[in-house]
Design a protein around this ligand. Sequence first.
Ligand SMILES: Nc1ncnc2c1ncn2[C@@H]1O[C@H](COP(=O)(O)OP(=O)(O)OP(=O)(O)O)[C@@H](O)[C@H]1O
Length: 816
Amino acid sequence: MGTEQLLPFSVVSVVEDVPENHGGRLSDVNLASRKAEEASLRRYEATGWLRKTVGVVGGKDLPAEPSEEDFRLGLRSGIILCNVLNRIQPGAVPKVVEAPNDSVLIPDGAALSVYQYFENVRNFLVAMEEMGIPTFEASDLEQGGKSSRIVNCVLALKSYAEWKQGGEIGTWKYGGIGTPKPPTSAKTVLKKISEPFMKSLRTTTPSIDRDVMSDHSSNSDSGQDRNEGGSYPSLHSLVREYLCDKKPEEIPIFVESLLSKVMEECERRMQFQNETLKPTEEENVPCEVECSISKAASVDEDAQDLQSREELQEASYDKHNGHEESSSRNLKTRELIQQQNRSIQELKTIVYETKSGMQFLQKRYQEDIIYLSKNLDSLSSAASGYHKVIEENRKLYNQVQDLKGNIRVYCRVRPFLGDQQSHNSSVSNVEEGSISILTPFKYSKEEKKTFNFNRAFGPSATQAEVFSDMQPLVRSVLDGYNVCIFAYGQTGSGKTHTMSGPDELNEETIGVNYRALRDLFLLSEQRKDIISYDISVQMLEIYNEQVRDLLTIDEIRNSSQNGINVPEASLIPVSSTSDVISLMNLGHKNRAVGSTAMNDRSSRSHSCLTVHVQGKYSTSGTTIRGSMHLVDLAGSERADKSEARGDRLKEAQHINKSLSALGDVIASLASKNAHVPYRNSKLTQLLQDSLGGQAKTLMFVHISPELEALGETLSTLKFAERVSTVELGAAKVNKYNNNSDVKELKEQIASLKAAMARKDGEPGRFQQSSNSSSHESPKLKSYAFSPKRFGSKTPRDYSSTEKNSIKAEKKKLRYT
Ligand SMILES: Nc1ncnc2c1ncn2[C@@H]1O[C@H](COP(=O)(O)OP(=O)(O)OP(=O)(O)O)[C@@H](O)[C@H]1O
């Protein structure tokens, strides 16, 4: 592929224009003088050879060292040239028109001369061409012609002559610039000597050298020559033309210079062409962009610019490559570009769709997040409100429990067992909050005696009924309260039955222990989203004032830390009621069971099952602790009644002592005494943290209905009345204090005390008793008159009115 096919302009034209555009630079001062000198030398050489060849006479018109003008004028007639040629090649010019001897004699001398000149010159040139020797243009002999070409022609002829004189050895080589051409037919140059002939000579001569040697300095002609054929002269011809008058040693320099200029010119033209294209791009851009926008409005701006550029490039190719050969190449390129454009469009579409999808998803996510955050806020506030409600509910619930009393005493009457059904019962009546006992004369002057309790259960009461009233306390355990549930009563009265149930357990017979634990796990499961509970169990026994772990065999030392009084005792985590029952069975096996005269299954120790609950709120992380003690107390019968001797007597004494200590503690708590005698027994020590304060105590008092057990029943009821009356009594005292009759009575007592003081000469003491051995109510004891406290005066010393007044006061305090 030629250079001209790659470049959008002709290299030949560039080469041709280089000397013209850069002529000034080429013919710099040194080069111009050098060239002028060289041309002169060559001209002198040619002149010398011509003069020598034609002789002094023949060459008289040609000076030895002529100027260019002299040289041209000397040869203008063509006579010297023809004669020289005939000398070398005899007959080459058949007829040489010699100059007239006296031109004055010829009337039309000027015209003849011109005719002769052209005849000779034409014949010379034709002959030279036939010989294959480089020639020149006839016009070169005219003013303004190129003498260098004439010089070259003469020197070529000289070289030919020398070659011929030398015996034509080897191939004749033209020593100058230019290559001899094959001879042409003489008839082709037989033309008329006229201006049309001259034109014809220039335009019809097919020789390439004629073109080469044509005058390119003549702009109009040379431009015409180039354009007539629709193509430029060959690069080879041009180069030859510019090198024809150069010496061999000059050629590399000139060629180098020429090539650098050609490169300069090429770059200049390419740059010019690029600059020419730019405005075209700019003119087309708005339209193209507009089209692109209308085609794909959704495609972004960058993509449109890119497309416009590509289309512009395509248009540019179309514009500048009109030729068919390049059309196929352009077609391929265009197809490739179109394919790439399609790929780009597909990518743009994918990018656009992906972008749209992402924007859609982003919008959706934002909406979802806003929606979720709103819901979260409402949920958060609802949860906060819910927790507030729960907390409020808890407080209210436990306030209700408080109002019911922190110490409650329930009474349960065991039914007759087996064939005892026909026996008379000591229990005459059982109501919701009281129980009446028939009292034989030996116990009381009255026929029956009524005892008040928080709740009384008759022989027909079921296990479920008994549990229902204590059930709310289980919830309090989960709310962080300590609860103690005691089963009190003489041996065989039904304590174990109430707490655990009979030997054969079923849904109806299971005791409060199981029911309480079942509720505990049920409630903890219901609350697990709000609070998580850890539940563990201890089981202890107090036998003869010694504490034993029923879940191990090791003895337990007494200590109190963190609400667990016996930290060394086995604390076994449980997660279900069945876990607890298994442990209770283990504990029952270890429990000391002895045989007594009153009950062949008599428990002679206190057993205490403690359930420890620790809860953690999921939101706040706050922890709460609660515990429930389920205490099955040892039989409360009197030592003398149980006919115990030896070890059995000792056991009974320990049992009575600890039960008495328990009554004292509960009574002290109920009366809100500053000092509570916890340390009087192991039982009260063990339960110290769960008795008093916010702790809730539930005492189940059991009585046997048999008349034979009436003494023990009354003793048990007195114990129960003592602890229960404390609470009820407190309310009664308030009521009593606000009663006008009581106020009057108080005033009477006060005046009585004052009278006694006057009589004794010392102030009367109206002190609170600290004697806990008394079975009287602490309140009653508070107002009791101790004989010792009245100095020498005993009750016997008082008048019957005073005695009656005291009796009436005591009676009112107890039973009002
Ligand atoms: N409410 C009741 N209904 C039916 N049977 C009962 C009831 N209370 C107790 N009993 C039965 O009476 C007997 C003695 O009861 P229990 O063993 O519970 O007495 P206790 O007070 O625990 O005696 P101990 O002090 O010796 O342990 C048992 O056979 C028991 O099943």
